[in-house]
Write a new protein. Structure first.
Length: 196
């Protein structure tokens, strides 16, 4: 991928509405934990806008934006109000681009050798971009039940005295981001800064 520019995720479907939590807390933890793991970083700013379309005071759609100190921006869309189920992530880097679609039966991951290169102008007024369009490939992924794999990993960590990939620290970081997103959404999308 090279240096990551941005990440865009969509986790939407029709239902299931919860009576005690917003869509942020129901669907948000999945993509947030993945993004934090991939980037090995936490955002410095969080903003979110959402709406309670069906049940008053229970937001069922939310658009979150996370900004990282590295400059990476992540957009996370979660909704209980979509005509189709989407579980899609796009990662754009300076070397490659990737689409991960968990709803695909085959070719869940597609890697694109595409990009844009900027060259400093040599003369006044010159502006030069070159677009790169190469191969697209889809690596093979073994099929397995994610929850089973997660629990197996956790049990192995207990047996071997290792730290799980989804340890308490990443859980705490995800909760901090969710709290910031909830605060931002309730304040009209105002940016909430997270202390490192």
């Amino acid at each position: 991928m090279g240096n990551v520019y941005y990440i865009d995720t969509q986790r939407v479907n029709l239902g299931l509405h919860q009576k005690d939590v917003s869509v942020i807390w129901d669907l948000g933890p999945h993509d947030l934990s993945i993004i934090l793991f991939w980037l090995d970083d936490v955002p410095v700013e969080v903003s979110a806008k959402g709406r309670d379309c069906v049940v008053p005071n229970i937001p069922d759609v939310c658009f979150m934006t996370l900004k990282f100190a590295s400059g990476v921006i992540a957009n996370v869309t979660v909704s209980w109000l979509s005509p189709t189920k989407l579980r899609r992530t796009i990662i754009v880097g300076d070397q490659k681009m990737l689409i991960y679609d968990d709803t695909e039966a085959n070719e869940k991951i597609k890697v694109f050798d595409k990009g844009v290169n900027y060259h400093d102008p040599e003369t006044f007024g010159e502006y030069h971009l070159s677009y790169r369009s190469g191969d697209v490939w889809s690596p093979h992924l073994d099929s397995y039940e994610p929850l089973y794999a997660e629990m197996t990993h956790f049990i192995e960590c207990i047996q071997n005295g290792q730290t799980p990939r989804s340890d308490g620290l990443i859980g705490w970081q995800v909760v901090r981001v969710l709290e910031a997103a909830e605060q931002s959404m309730r304040n009209g999308g105002k940016v909430v800064r997270l202390n490192q």
